[in-house]
Design a protein around this ligand. Structure first.
Ligand code: PLP
Length: 460
């Protein structure tokens, strides 16, 4: 492959590195290769879920076990994990409180279509930890967001959703969009590459740039928007931090036009005990979180205000009956509820957050120093335990972040690190620090990244 030259990086050196690292991967992952061939007979793309091929390794990497910070593959290679299943395992792999909850609750009925005894208690704990009085549970954050947007339309009687360009809120059709350039009056289009999509997003969704409150107000003033759904820090198109006052202005403008503000903290749960919204007093109408909320067990929750609850009751009272169109049979099963309680009690603690944040701050500073030493004008963004580095200055919105992305370089760095026992998330440059991640783990990452940059850096 030919790598274009960019400031600070030697394209030819990068090409050589990728070729060598692919050979090295093949030489050290023979059992994974064998399982890859065998699996291809019965799994699409040789994996149980097609995106497991997003790692850009020559063949799939099969995991034998993962515990705490460490992951071991079927060839016996060990890795320090900074990906943590892209957040599901943010509190470490198989944390003992979750393993205990699984064993205990798993022996006493997994799914009954009835509320488990601990439901009342867990509701109280959610309200206490996240400051919202009412809650619902689903299996995934995608499900939660899908339900939330339906409720928002039903409560407000308006049809449209506003999202930020470059967002990801799961596979909810109306959020799988991009904004067209400002001069294009069509405004919003479906994301490129969607398979089997027949949803007309122009009829349901407006996408505007993050950090642009005037663009938000212009859409809300039309009076057609039920909800704004947003991450408080964009984390799915690199990391885009909110500018000073932006989230507060978003709260004000949504109140001004009686639009529900939905904050999706599936990734920013990393920010603080109680999430970013609690720490920054964002006062969402609806708060969503999945992935790590129950320590990695499939589970998501959404919390809402008394006003939203009153709206839901009104909608329920006014409807003729029949299927609500929201559900999924396994939502709120007893096993997920038990893990959620264990997570609230024993994972989401002040001590765990302190440990995660200390290590993430250490790693962030180390990365900054490393890029300066290599004369690379790259940046590091952090939201609590979650970090990203990007190949340019900090972006203002999704489009800017996308413009500076360089997938080939990301893949090369990821493969180099993987071959040396360090796992980063396969897309962009995301790293998470769990409570068990130490500064020694961070130093290992930094040392190997330095080795990689020395090899490919044109200034080195
Ligand atoms: C902010 C955000 N919301 C929702 C989701 C969807 O989560 P899930 O795939 O668990 O449904 C994601 C997934 O990456 C996410 O980043």
């Amino acid at each position: 492959m030919n790598y274009a030259r960019r400031p600070g990086i030697d394209g030819e050196a990068l090409s050589r590195l990728v070729a060598r690292e692919r050979e090295r991967f093949l030489a050290t992952h023979a059992e994974s290769a064998r399982l890859g061939v065998r699996s291809a007979a019965h799994w699409l793309n040789g994996v149980p879920m097609h995106w497991m091929r997003d790692w850009n390794t020559p063949h799939p990497l099969f995991v034998r076990e993962a515990r705490g910070v460490e992951l071991t593959d079927v060839d016996g290679n060990r890795y320090i994990d900074f990906c943590f299943g892209d957040t599901g395992a943010m509190f470490g792999h198989s944390p003992p409180p979750i393993a205990r909850a699984l064993a205990e609750a798993g022996a006493n009925g997994i799914t009954c279509m009835l509320p488990a005894e601990r439901s009342a208690r867990v509701g109280e704990k959610l309200a206490e930890k996240f400051g919202l009085p009412f809650w619902q549970m689903t299996q995934t954050a995608t499900d939660a967001n899908r339900n939330v947007l339906r409720w928002a339309r039903a409560i407000t009687g308006r049809p449209r959703t506003l999202v930020f360009d470059g967002c990801y809120h799961g596979t909810v059709e109306e959020t799988l969009v991009r904004a067209l350039p400002a001069h294009d009056r069509a405004g919003t289009r479906a994301r490129a590459g969607l398979i089997g999509m027949n949803h007309d997003v122009s009829a349901t969704t407006d996408a505007v740039p993050f950090n642009d409150i005037a663009a938000v107000e212009k859409v809300l003033a039309r009076g057609r928007t039920a909800a704004v759904i947003a991450e408080p820090v964009m984390t799915n198109i690199g990391m885009v931090l909110p500018q000073e006052g932006f989230m507060r202005a978003l709260r004000e403008v949504t109140r001004k036009y009686s639009v529900l503000l939905v904050i999706d903290e599936t990734h920013t749960l990393s920010s603080a005990l109680g999430g970013y919204s609690t720490a920054q007093k964002l006062e969402p109408d609806i708060w969503v979180c999945g992935k790590a909320i129950a320590g990695g067990m499939p589970c998501a929750v959404f919390g809402f205000t008394r006003d939203v609850e009153a709206g839901m009751r009104r909608v329920q009272a006014d409807r003729a009956g029949g299927h609500s169109g929201m559900g999924t049979t396994l939502s709120a099963n007893a096993l997920a509820l038990a893990c959620l309680e264990a997570s609230l009690d024993e994972l989401m603690t002040a001590a765990n957050y302190q440990a995660m944040h200390d290590t993430a701050a250490y790693l962030s500073e180390g990365l900054g120093r490393l890029f300066a030493r290599q004369s690379l004008a790259w940046h590091v963004a952090r939201v609590g335990a979650r970090l990203e580095f990007g190949f340019g200055r900090p972006p203002r919105d999704g489009a800017e972040s996308e413009r500076e992305a360089w997938p080939e370089l990301e893949h090369a760095i990821h493969l180099f690190l993987l071959n040396r026992g360090v796992l980063l998330t396969p897309f962009h440059n995301m790293m998470l620090c769990s409570p068990m991640t130490t500064t020694a783990h961070a130093d290992t990452l930094l040392a190997h990244l330095q080795e990689c940059l020395r090899e490919i850096g044109s200034a080195a």
